[in-house]
Design a protein around this ligand. Structure first.
Ligand SMILES: C[S@@+](CC[C@H](N)C(=O)[O-])C[C@H]1O[C@@H](n2cnc3c(N)ncnc32)[C@H](O)[C@@H]1O
Length: 159
């Protein structure tokens, strides 16, 4: 997130999906962005004027919680629910930036998540965006911090 945050246009709105405690929400707010932070558990998200908090279960079959809304960036970290990809892509304006990082196959060697439903397949993020995004960076690798894990990361701009 830190490495590719500079791709997001100054003043652009940012969607933080499955925002958790809001570590990325706070980081992007600190860069002057207005953030919409979505999670089913919003208790730990910061209450501040530049952060819109949306409480929503993204997996229970409810409609997408932000119909018709468009953002200058969408960020997702450590969360995967494959049926959401079309809605995430639609939620980006043309030229909008996607920064996505989560666990991939191979992570089961190091602990959780180990369920294949929560692990990206080899090349999956790249394949999902091809033809729809211009890819700025893509990685699939072992990381050691904050713990050993296999992750995929992508930074891409919507065409
Ligand atoms: C591992 S945390 C990642 C949080 C944050 N993105 C980060 O990197 O710090 C996963 C988040 O997904 C949220 N989540 C899991 N299932 C969800 C669902 N069905 N609907 C909405 N949020 C969900 C959890 O509440 C949790 O905050």
């Amino acid at each position: 997130m830190v490495q590719w945050a500079g791709l997001v246009a100054p003043g652009a709105t940012v969607l933080d999906l499955a925002a958790g405690g809001g570590r990325h929400t706070v980081f992007f707010a600190g860069r002057g962005h207005r953030i919409t932070a979505v999670d089913r558990d919003t208790a730990k998200l910061p209450t501040r004027d530049d952060v819109e908090i949306v409480a929503a279960d993204l997996e229970d079959g409810s409609p997408w919680p932000l119909p018709g809304r468009r953002f200058g960036a969408a960020i997702v970290a450590n969360y995967l629910h494959r049926p959401l990809f079309p809605a995430i892509f639609d939620a980006l304006e043309p030229g909008g930036v996607l920064i996505y990082e989560t666990f991939m196959m191979g992570n089961e060697r190091f602990g959780k998540p180990s369920n294949p439903d929560f692990l990206l397949k080899d090349g999956e993020l790249l394949e999902l965006v091809l033809g729809r995004f211009s890819v700025v960076a893509y990685e699939a690798r072992l990381i050691s911090e904050p713990k050993m894990a296999m992750v995929q990361r992508i930074a891409a701009r919507k065409l």
